[in-house]
Design a protein around this ligand. Structure first.
Ligand code: ZN
Length: 196
């Protein structure tokens, strides 16, 4: 593993974003919506040779969920127009990538088993049915564990506020988004803390 974050990127690697454009804002990484993050693991902050993992994330404003009160169709249509895409190139060290693959594999296997059990249990056996429901709950718990490490909390203008591994976030220089980037319409809960 290459520990030198300043090592030259391979020819195929994405062009790195100006390091000053990606900074820590409270518990978030404040980043341009399209960016290549520093070449460090987003989970444990180990140096990696390049931030070469592409993450295509989306963010939906919270007001869209309020439209669910009017009807699912309203919310779905609004979601299509209001959602924002965030495309990031991030680094994952080999150990963290392996751990994530294993968690996802275990989760898919548990969910698959639960689904098979539910289908066959529906044919009559209440014991199989109960077992399958328990398995399904375990799979749900696994989903929480496998919850994507990098999640978008908010997008405003051309900037996104993103959650990532604590060690990675802490390693970034602290910065402040310009006041113009504070969305007056954002609901209190979705507004990032700027006072770190
Ligand atoms: Zn790592």
């Amino acid at each position: 593993m290459n520990e030198n974050p300043f090592a030259p990127l391979p020819a195929t690697a994405p062009v790195p974003t100006d390091p000053r454009a990606v900074f820590r804002d409270g518990p978030h990484v404040c980043t341009p919506v399209t960016a290549t993050w520093p070449a460090r693991c987003v989970r444990c902050n180990t140096g990696v040779s390049a931030a070469d993992r592409r993450l295509d994330l989306t963010w939906t404003p919270r007001w869209v969920y309020l439209l669910l009160l009017l009807g699912v169709l309203f919310a779905v249509i609004a979601q299509v127009f209001a959602r924002r895409k965030v495309n990031l190139h991030v680094g994952f060290c080999a150990a963290c990538a392996r751990r994530r693959r294993r968690l996802l594999g275990a989760w898919s296997a548990t969910l698959g088993l639960a689904l098979v059990g539910l289908c066959s249990g529906a044919a009559g056996s209440s014991a199989v049915m109960a077992g399958s429901v328990i398995l399904a709950l375990v799979a749900l718990g696994g989903l929480v564990l496998c919850h994507p490490l990098v999640t978008v909390d908010r997008v405003y203008g051309e900037r996104a506020w993103v959650r990532a591994g604590a060690a990675f976030v802490a390693s970034l220089p602290a910065g402040r988004a310009p006041p113009a980037a504070i969305d007056p319409l954002s609901l209190a809960g979705s507004r990032p803390r700027l006072d770190d």
